[in-house]
Write a protein that binds this ligand. Sequence first.
Ligand code: ZN
Length: 413
Amino acid sequence: MSLETKLKQYARLLIRTGCALKPGQEVLLTAPVEAAGFARMVVEEAWNAGAGAVTVEWVDDTVTRLKYLHAPLSAFEKVPDWLALQRNGTVERGGIILSLEGDDPDGMAGVDPSRFTAWSRASHRDCKAFYDGMDLGRNVWCIAGAATPRWAKKVFPHLSEGEAVEKLWEAILSTARADGPDPDKVWREHSAAFQRRVALLDARQFDALRYTAANGTDFTVGLNKDHIWAGGGAQTVDGVWFFPNMPTEEIFTTPHRDWAEGIVHSTLPLNYNGGLIEDFWVKFEEGRAVDCGAAKGLDLLKSILAVDEAAAHLGEVALVPHASPIAQSGILFYSTLYDENAACHLALGKGFPECVKGGLEMDEAALREHHINLSATHVDFMIGTADLNITGILPDGTETPVFCDGNWTGEFE
Ligand code: ZN
């Protein structure tokens, strides 16, 4: 199959499976100008599937960077009326939000971080309907990758630009399980495997998970009473199945805020605020990170833990098999969409209310009472290895193997 044919197939997969587009529905597509060729294929597939309207919001990394460097702070404190109207209007009409990500990983280096904070605050205020539509399950949304030259050169610095872009496209297609003859079928099976494992884990209600690996990881994390596992596809309140992230390999929940003991070692560099933290470890006591070390970037690691009091506690536990295509690719993508699906990970900071029964209806006090961590930050870091063992521990002390040598085992296989 030529790259062109595979890209058409990928565009179709995003529209039909990722977004589950229904005839007459609107699509708001965000796309990098440098991936315009692929964005046009997505637009064509949206019309082929019967879209009622297709609007493209083009993103230009250079133009965005110039704004972040030179615009007055006031430009980040309010979303332009037309943009808020476009975003809010699309979700209010039941539209789909599809984002193609191809950001230059270094595109925002040196930008004053208070501008991101100001824009994020303004966006959530002025585009409230837009974010609520996605957060509260009213609208379908999907984020997927699209290769761009600067991103490709970051991932494959030794190749020419043309070769790097082609190689990145191949990596995007294979990790999104979109390079075979029938990707929609592959995704139906992928989705069924997720649903089966999520149901098994939910039914088990482990009290805690214990992690061990030869790199020194020896760690136990507690799970909340009535915790809920999530992963794979998502469902809107109207019952439409879609995939918020393509690729997706993780099954995750929110751990007990005050129950984590032992040491975890990182197994992939962590890209944070434009800097890299490498070969690091974190030691936990009673849920709190009490010590840490790093071969590189220790100050950055400490800055994450210091964002607020809750940043030194965990908000996410995610299980990703070592056999997954992203892990097997061995590529560091410098993009959370890919890298967080490469290995088992934990996240420091904010937990997910939807990962405990009734959590979406709880106020902050109730969430705290249910040991959900509340923080302004959420930073994933990878701890999966080819020899990682994970054991589920039941309240009576019974142990059940969940992962053996980096992959699902026993009933979870
Ligand atoms: Zn995750």
